[in-house]
Design a protein around this ligand. Structure first.
Ligand code: S3P
Length: 439
């Protein structure tokens, strides 16, 4: 099958109810927590994308039995010290920064050398941000070019608790330290710039020895060594990052409406909603409830009559970090200049997204002024495309592919978008849902 998608038609008005797949951050975290638990955990609606399958394969390599049948995943944890494996194993995190970084915290006490590898995109990404704090626990790392993958870890069973200031707002670094802290005698203290807090909420739900104090710009997290992690049965709510593509499609398309069912709307993830509301998009949460510590809701979105430009408050940056590419499409249709600042982390993702997002807007005829951490987007409310646009060579970044599909359906023109397979990392059913909306 061809890996190229050609889109020539703008979408007509629609009114749909959809459900997107399970949340990626929660799916990977469930796999990792379950692998340390004492007993059998079950997950329903686990996202079966390549990133999560890589997580399942990683724990299998560590000797933990996994069984997937009839849409239910079972993991049989053997306790906090229950990993059993041979010397010199290799763990392949594929495209997943979350898996690659979090798993290092779980194997902080490995007695044997473990090698961590990933695909071309992951190998270019910064792992020093996580091996720096994890080295303080006493583990030893060797990184390719002192920065990335492949890397090797040799752990120690005499880990020491640490005090660390996580300044980037990276949930992956924070979570990795939390896992290492759960395996270490004494109390580890993390001062962490605000970022998604799924790991902390799971710890709280599982009654693990984790204490959190929320300050204005950062959190203080104290983690002590856990004795036992109880098995966790979990129905994974849907992913707001996957929902964001359809939220934007609806907002930018005339006379349309969508309801997206049962989405995880943890406030540390809803930056996209807050930003789009400021830009004039009508979004309403319905049937909001608490599920095992996480907020879950249906999301109703209506097309926007007019899109306002925004000077985006930087406090939303970490809450919307995976959604900026689609947010930029909204800014492209705004009635003025939008500004987004302090976004250096956006160039640290599966591809340099600030740079490539800006390039896509330019291909669409939208003027941008881009630095290494900011972008100004000169919106055009009358934007309609009438030309051929080719999206190719972007490190197979799944979110670039999906954003381009949404742009094609919204603004018209003839789009040739390469690397369709990239969606299998986070949202394999993306094109199926697109087709359901078109019909
Ligand atoms: C994630 C954290 C974010 C995000 C990624 C998933 C997580 O990365 O971009 O897609 O599940 O912890 P950083 O922690 O590096 O910001």
């Amino acid at each position: 099958m061809s890996n190229l998608v050609i889109i020539k038609n703008k979408i007509e008005k629609f009114n749909k109810i959809i459900q997107v797949s399970g949340d990626k951050s929660l799916s990977i975290r469930w796999v990792l927590f379950a692998s340390l638990s004492s007993g059998k955990s079950k997950a329903y609606n686990l996202l079966m994308s390549e990133d999560v399958i890589a997580a399942l394969n990683a724990i299998k390599k560590l000797g933990i039995p996994v069984n997937y049948k009839d849409n239910v995943c079972e993991i049989e944890g053997k306790g906090l010290n229950g990993y059993k494996y041979k010397k010199n194993i290799v763990i392949d995190a594929k495209n997943s920064g979350t898996l690659g970084r979090l798993i290092l915290g779980l194997i902080i006490d490995t007695p044997f050398k473990i090698k961590l590898i990933g695909d071309k995109s992951l190998s270019k990404r910064d792992f020093k941000r996580v091996t720096d704090p994890l080295s303080l626990f006493g583990a030893k790392f060797k990184l390719h070019n002192d920065k990335g993958l492949p890397l090797t870890i040799v752990g120690t069973n005499k880990t020491k608790p640490i005090k660390y200031f996580e300044k980037k707002g990276s949930a992956q670094c924070k979570s990795s330290i939390i896992f290492a802290g759960l395996k270490t005698k004494g109390t580890t203290v993390i001062k962490a710039k605000k970022s998604r807090n799924h790991s902390e909420l799971l710890c709280k739900y599982l009654k693990l020895p984790v204490n959190i104090k929320n300050k204005k710009n950062f959190d203080i997290i104290k983690v002590s060594n856990a004795n036992i992690i109880k098995p966790l049965n979990y129905k994974i709510p849907s992913d707001i990052s996957s929902s964001a593509f359809f939220i934007v499609l609806t907002a930018l398309n005339k006379n349309s409406q969508i309801i997206i069912k049962n989405v995880n709307v943890n406030p540390s993830r809803t930056g996209v909603i807050k930003i789009l509301k400021m830009m004039g998009v009508k979004i309403i949460f319905k049937n909001k409830k608490l599920y095992k510590g996480e907020l879950v809701s249906d999301i109703l979105v209506k097309s926007a009559k007019k899109i306002r430009s925004i000077n985006c408050p930087t406090k939303f940056n970490s809450q919307a970090i995976d959604e900026f590419l689609v947010i930029f499409l909204v800014a492209a249709k705004a009635d003025g200049i939008s500004t987004f600042k302090n976004l250096e982390e956006l160039n640290q993702k599966e591809s340099p997204r600030l740079k490539l997002g800006s390039k896509i807007l330019n291909l669409m005829g939208i003027k941008t002024i881009t630095t290494n951490n900011s972008i100004k987007i000169f919106g055009n409310p009358a934007l309609k495309l009438n030309k051929k646009i080719i999206i190719k060579n972007y490190l197979k970044d799944h979110r670039i592919f999906m954003t381009s599909v949404i742009a094609a359906m919204t603004f018209g023109g003839e789009w040739h978008i390469h690397d369709k397979d990239s969606i299998s990392t986070s949202f394999p059913s993306f094109l199926k849902i697109v087709n359901k909306i078109i019909k």
